[in-house]
Design a protein around this ligand. Structure first.
Ligand code: SF4
Length: 635
């Protein structure tokens, strides 16, 4: 089996047994790898309607056929489980060097079930797999655990760990690795915590068989060279994702004050250039990446100093402008607190801003909050983050995420709880961006830009610009665009579908998508690399994007199976976006009307082959070979 390690590792924490079995051929033939594997396995192996924190909920780690090979940015690790945040399908991926070592240790897929009786960590050294005690790590922060564990098991091990938030089952707890990389979303860290697993340490040094090693080496070199020749190589890499901050502010997409508005007057103080000037020590990249987007730096604040990777754009916008924090050191310090506690900075920013608005309106008392909190105040933000991680006071409620917290807090707080399906919205205010709004609304895991990013085309197509412009083109002004008017909502569905299908493609192969998305590396390289790795021909559009589409239908059916009243009503944005006009800035006066939302959903469902309640039709499921889902259609 070329391109694969060839094995699945099964770990049963109840019985403490581990088992290595050959990778199933039908998984490889029908789902290729990574996100394809996880969607298939979670649907097949999770018992229906199991609680996310039940031992029966699977925690799956999967790599793709290009993972760990001589291929640019082939170091992504894909994680999947039933999400405690949404109650539906959940996945999240992470850069660094962890998954590569899992594959070198011999495992394309790892499936963990059960619960350890005491705090434990999983030790994997090629064929030697052990479940070891971890009481001495419990309660410690992510970076500290990584440092200590490397001393215990060896510097050449790769470590992933949860923080205090994962131990305390915070619904948006993440997994941390490599001193600053995270699998951030859907509460993946809380599921590991529920299994009493603090960390996984892995070292692998086996070979991966490839179909044509010389061909792969030649093509790999060509692909690296192609990346270096892209204008974005020099233009996008220096600031990484933070480079888009001013563009987002200029087009009115920067979430500000809990998404009340979409721009601020201090973007210059919290952008990529501010990171380079104030924080940065060095660039940091994942395994085999030619465009290292990580910025490792030093934050200095009145609360203390910290070494931290980031902040990425999402963190700048959600912990920054969305909480009215206008100081780059303060944002980086809040980022550090999230990383150490093991909470997702995206959800954290949305939850903290929600809490600040609730407090401002008198829905949360000073007594419950534990102190007088204010917008834009680092002490307040760090205080809220800490009480969430420890689940103290109102932090115990906020740990549920904005949907769950709004249900408990009451009043009209659900109107400004900014989420879809229970997952907090990320860094793009979309009241004047219909494609982006629809992408967030229909995402399988909830409001995550990683599922669909069409903000560039929302802006560019309206004025005849290049709808295929890369992010580098947009921020460097190579693509013609203006802020108003935007794309007509009647035309956005094909672009949303394309983006929703493109993104899983890279998660399936096991590579980072940013080489394609940010600097425009052509898809033909992936077709050729896949051929030299596996010996199989693959057409990116016809084969890979078709598989992506199949995964969308499968995950929709997982949600239908697991969430009792799942359907159209789970695809609406929060009331703030269709009730409140943006008060200022380039999109002043804009609101996404319910009529437009309904029309976009109708068109989207029809194009997807779903009924008007958003459920795939029998015909659609049969066409994609998903007959296994038919039994749940009538539920
Ligand atoms: Fe990692 Fe950034 Fe490179 Fe992607 S572009 S592989 S996230 S360093």
């Amino acid at each position: 089996l070329y391109g694969y390690a060839g094995n699945t590792l099964r770990i049963d924490l109840d019985s403490q047994k581990t088992e290595k079995e050959p990778l199933k051929k039908d998984w490889v033939d029908d789902f290729i790898g990574g996100r394809g594997f996880t969607a298939k396995i979670l649907y097949d192996e999770n018992p229906p309607n199991v609680d996310p924190f039940d031992g029966e909920n699977r925690f799956i780690i999967a790599m793709g056929p290009l993972s760990g090979l001589f291929v640019p940015a082939s170091g992504k690790t894909h994680f999947c489980t039933k999400s405690p945040a949404t109650g539906g399908y959940g996945d999240s991926n992470m850069g660094g060097h962890f998954g590569v070592n899992m594959k070198y240790a011999g495992y394309d897929v790892t499936i963990i079930k059960g619960k350890a009786k005491e705090p434990s960590y999983i030790f994997i050294d090629n064929d030697n797999v052990e479940i070891r005690p971890a009481a001495h790590y419990w309660g410690k922060g992510s970076t500290e655990v990584e440092e200590l564990m490397k001393k215990e098991v060896g510097e050449d091990f790769q470590i992933l760990t949860i923080g205090e938030a994962g131990e305390n089952l915070v619904n948006f707890a993440c997994i941390s690795h490599d001193f600053g990389r995270q699998a951030g979303r859907i509460g993946i860290g809380a599921v590991l915590g529920s299994k009493n697993i603090k960390a996984i340490a892995v070292r692998g040094n086996k070979s991966i068989p490839v179909f044509d090693p010389k061909g792969l080496l030649k093509k790999g070199k060509e692909t690296y060279a192609a990346c270096r020749e892209k204008p974005g190589f020099k233009g996008w890499t220096p600031e990484g994702t933070a480079g888009i901050t001013n563009w987002c502010n200029d087009v009115g997409a920067l979430p500000t004050r809990n998404f009340k508005t979409s721009n601020c007057d201090y973007a210059d103080k919290i952008n990529g250039k501010a990171i380079l000037k104030e924080l940065k020590i060095t660039d940091k990249g994942c395994f085999s990446c030619p465009i290292p987007c990580g910025k490792y730096g030093h934050a200095r604040t009145k609360l203390g100093n910290a070494y931290v990777e980031g902040p990425e754009y999402e963190t700048l916008s959600l912990l920054g402008s969305n909480c009215e924090l206008d100081d780059i050191h303060a944002i980086a310090y809040a980022n550090y607190i999230c990383d150490e506690s093991g909470i997702d900075t995206c959800s954290a920013g949305a939850v903290v801003s929600f809490a600040l608005e609730c407090y401002e309106k008198g829905y949360i008392s000073k007594e419950d909050m534990g102190m007088d909190v204010k917008w834009g105040d680092l002490d307040s933000i760090v205080h809220i983050l800490k009480i969430i991680s420890k689940r103290e006071g109102i932090g115990d409620v906020l740990a549920l995420g904005v949907r769950g917290a709004a249900e408990k807090i009451g009043y009209d707080s659900h109107r400004f709880a900014i989420h879809v399906k229970g997952l907090e919205w990320t860094g793009y205010e979309s009241r004047n961006a219909p494609g982006m709004m629809l992408g967030y609304m229909t995402s399988d895991i909830g409001a995550h830009h990683g599922r669909c990013w069409v903000l560039g085309s929302d802006v560019a197509t309206a004025v005849g610009g290049d709808k295929n412009a890369t992010v580098h083109d947009l921020i460097s002004g190579n693509s013609s665009f203006d802020t108003i008017p935007r794309a007509d909502h009647k035309n956005v569905v094909p672009l949303v579908l394309k983006s929703q299908h493109l993104r899983p493609a890279f998660d399936i192969l096991g590579t980072c998508r940013l080489q394609y998305m940010e600097i425009g590396l052509e898809t033909k390289y992936y077709e050729e690399l896949y051929y030299y790795a596996t010996g199989k021909k693959m057409d990116f559009e016809k084969d890979l994007l078709l598989l992506s589409e199949k995964i969308w239908h499968l995950n929709r059916m997982f949600n239908k199976r697991e969430i009792p009243d799942f359907g159209r009503k789970y695809d609406y944005p929060p009331a703030r976006f269709h009730e409140e006009k943006i008060p200022n800035g380039p999109n002043k006066g804009h609101v996404m009307s319910l009529e437009v939302i309904e029309e976009m959903l109708d068109t989207y469902y029809e194009a997807r082959g779903w009924d008007m309640n958003g459920i795939p039709t029998r015909e659609t499921l049969e066409k994609h070979g998903l007959n296994q889902c038919l039994e749940f259609m009538e539920l």
